[in-house]
Ligand binder design. Structure first.
Ligand code: SF4
Length: 175
């Protein structure tokens, strides 16, 4: 049976692990590591490198645009003082999912691993995904992956994945 092509925005390898396992039976997956929110550059590269470990267990393509944090910093600078889970994160989701939606024309739709995290607000993610889909005439598949979080912990142990201690931006790391 021919699988449906899905573009999956992936925030990091640990979150992507259980989502890959969950979706791989139905979808031909292209992972998009577009996360200019991650700082500093070394942390961004370290998280990117972990996707190679996922290739030992799962089949997928990986798109990873060059690291370019400045547009994200410009866009989000006025929300630096927001707590995690607030308006800054909502804009951060829009920023990243807009990029995914713009690339999604050749796919049946796009989705994101972001909702697996118990620290994220699924309603913010859904709103960002739907807005991005409208902006680019794409289809957003609003999966809520939160129930897969325990499995992502198991897979992280099994594959020896690095699990970061903060979401991504320095605002979150330093607060
Ligand atoms: S805490 Fe995470 S989701 Fe929120 S703005 Fe920072 S990087 Fe983005």
């Amino acid at each position: 049976m021919k699988k449906t092509k899905l573009l999956l925005h992936a925030c990091c390898a640990p979150c992507a692990s259980a989502v890959l396992e969950n979706l791989a039976g139905e979808y031909a997956l292209t992972l998009l590591y577009f996360n200019p929110n991650i700082q500093p550059a070394g942390e961004y590269q370290k998280r990117l490198g972990e996707f190679q470990k996922l290739k030992n267990k799962f089949t997928f393509e990986l798109l990873a645009p060059d690291y370019a944090p400045q547009p994200w910093l410009n866009e989000l600078k006025d929300w630096a003082a927001e707590p995690e889970g607030g308006a800054r994160c909502a804009r951060c989701f829009v920023f990243r999912l807009d990029y995914a939606a713009a690339l999604a024309r050749d796919y049946a739709g796009f989705a994101t691993t972001l909702s697996i995290s118990p620290h994220k607000n699924p309603a913010q993610i859904e709103q960002a995904g739907q807005t991005a889909a409208r902006n680019y005439g794409a289809v957003f598949l609003d999966f809520n992956f939160q129930k897969l979080y325990p499995r992502s912990l198991e897979l992280s142990r099994e594959l020896g994945l690095y699990r970061q201690k903060y979401c991504g931006c320095l605002y979150a790391r330093n607060n």
